[in-house]
Design a protein around this ligand. Structure first.
Ligand code: NAG
Ligand code: NAG
Ligand code: NAG
Length: 502
């Protein structure tokens, strides 16, 4: 057991009895071909669980994000985001862009039907800020509004639970140009105004909101290494940036992410919660840290790594301030919260960061066996399902049992990945099993989303890496979709439906 704070004993007896259960199903109900098929698929994939092992209100889904999925980059009034600028400057290794991506802007209806056909319970997507509000502020774009209303209505019609992320790394270029985006406190007002439009227009049908995607990774990759737009960094921490300050700006950007999130949560609570009754959360990229040895120095180092990655964002939101170790190490480079912001609400006036409506979502895509690298390039990913279990239990233990969703978990394969993807089935089933193990050990996990619903434009890897449950033939101008094996038999989808029929 290499992991420091949690036990991963899933109980072999329990696994054995589940297997027996599946076998019984085959024996007593051979006429139920669907159930038999599902059970056979489960055994083939080595699954030791069914949908019924998860609580009814636990949700299984898959996701995409606006820039990676929609395409139609300059259609119907959308203005560029920093990702459009970045890809058009030829910054992708393969010079690709998200101009067309999976063309979801035109194909959403077909895609929602595909979700329905493959039994997806929930869909997570993001709204393109500069499609809904061109230039980032000012009037709403009627065409953008129409697209998201159509998509949402289609999902409602097919009974698919909707999870919306407001901001998935595609910051409006105009606001970047005007005040350097997340480096300025001015972003808080504009982001809150944008969120207000989303809640007002879509909140009658959308109850699960995430303010932003991976702020901890964004702070590092956009302002430290400069690998993500707006490509800011300074030597020796990054190369080829024309501006930036790697020792200071990541802290400043993260501070504004946190204040913007807090502002949006408080807007929702004051203006919408009573009627819309939804939840607003945030999402952090998480990777479990294993101590190199059992020495106290190595154990302290793993805690420090957790504090600097996950604690950076979650400590302020749950405990009202940055982790002590971050304040100590970063000194004056890390901004401070005012007393009012850090207030725990014990005086009855909670206007600060801490808000217990919030959900947290976790992203988990990396592995303990990756070779150490200073570059965040998703070229090689091994599997560490135990790390996910440890992380889920850690979040519950450390952050007062806040509800957690696994929002992105998936396997990227090369361009020539085919419809037949048993590796992905295997990968997903081991992670779902570890999610179940965490749940049984008391972690407050509420859902699990595969990344991605469909092959999309991958940030940094373009079209050379495929994560989808559905294949997109990017060589065919019509971008036809076809379910992969993982879409047909992967447990999040099929099991949910077939299980309930029994
Ligand atoms: C930085 O720019 C130089 C000159 O254009 C180029 O040779 C080098 O590959 C670039 N480095 C990175 C990491 O992009
Ligand atoms: C970054 O900002 C700090 C604090 O203002 C300053 O001391 C440092 O010299 C700056 N570094 C660069 C590369 O500009
Ligand atoms: C897929 O592409 C990779 C990288 O080009 C290559 O190494 C691999 O052999 C290819 N696999 C198949 C099945 O064609």
């Amino acid at each position: 057991m290499a992991c420091r704070t949690c036990s991963t004993s899933t109980g072999n007896l329990r696994d054995a009895s589940l297997l027996i259960l599946l076998l019984l199903l085959l024996l007593v109900a051979p006429w139920r071909s669907e159930a038999a098929e599902a059970a056979a698929a489960a055994r083939a994939a080595g699954l030791s669980f069914t949908r019924q092992d998860f609580p009814r209100d636990f949700v299984f889904g898959a996701g995409t994000s606006a820039y990676q999925y929609e395409g139609a980059a300059d259609e119907d009034g959308r203005t560029p985001s920093v990702w459009d600028t970045f890809t058009h400057a030829g910054k992708m290794p393969d010079k690709s862009t998200g101009d067309r991506a999976a063309d979801g802007y035109h194909k959403y209806k077909e895609d929602v039907k595909l979700m329905s056909d493959t039994g997806l319970e929930a869909y997570r997507f993001s709204i393109s800020w500069s499609r809904l509000i061109p230039r980032g502020k000012g009037p709403v774009n009627p065409k953008g509004l129409e697209y998201y209303n159509n998509l949402i209505n289609e999902l409602v019609k097919r009974g698919i639970e909707i999870h919306v992320t407001l901001y998935h790394l595609d910051f409006p270029q105009d606001l970047e140009d005007e005040y350097h985006g997340w480096l300025s406190p001015r972003v808080v007002e504009d982001f809150t105004a944008y969120a207000d439009v989303c809640f007002r227009e879509f909140g009658d049908r959308v109850t699960h909101w995430t303010t932003m995607d991976e702020p901890n990774v964004l702070a590092m990759s956009a302002y430290d290494s400069g690998l993500f737009p707006p490509s800011r960094c300074s030597a020796p921490f990054g190369t080829n940036c024309t501006a930036g300050n790697s020792t200071v700006e990541p802290y400043v950007a993260a501070h504004n992410f946190i204040l913007a999130h807090a502002s949006v949560v408080s807007l929702y609570r004051d203006k919408y919660q009573a009627t819309q009754m939804g939840v607003v959360g945030i999402n952090v990229y998480s990777i479990w840290e294993y101590p190199f040895s059992s020495s106290s120095a190595d154990i302290a180092a793993t805690q420090r790594a957790l504090d600097f990655s996950v604690g950076w964002i979650l400590d302020p939101l749950v405990h009202g301030d940055y982790p002590e170790i971050m304040k100590k190490k970063a000194g004056s480079r890390i901004p401070s919260f005012t007393k009012e912001q850090s207030d725990d609400g014990s005086n009855g006036e909670n206007t600060g960061l801490r808000d217990y409506n919030a959900d947290v979502a976790t992203i988990f895509r990396f592995s303990r066996n990756d070779t150490p690298t200073d570059q965040f390039v998703p070229t090689k990913m091994q599997s560490d399902p135990q790390g996910l279990q440890c992380m889920l239990q850690y979040l519950t233990d450390t952050y007062q049992g806040i509800p957690v969703y696994v929002q992105e978990n998936g396997l990227g394969q090369f361009f020539n990945d085919s419809f037949n993807d048993p590796e992905r089935v295997e990968y997903l089933s081991t992670y779902i099993a570890s999610t179940l193990a965490a749940l049984r050990n008391g972690a407050n996990v509420k859902g699990y989303f595969v990344w991605a619903f469909i092959d999309v434009f991958e940030l940094l890897a373009g079209y050379n890496k495929r994560y989808g449950l559905h294949y997109v033939d990017v060589d065919d101008p019509m971008l036809p979709r076809q379910p992969k094996l993982s879409a047909q038999c992967c447990s999040p989808c099929r099991f949910s439906i077939r299980g309930e029929k029994q």
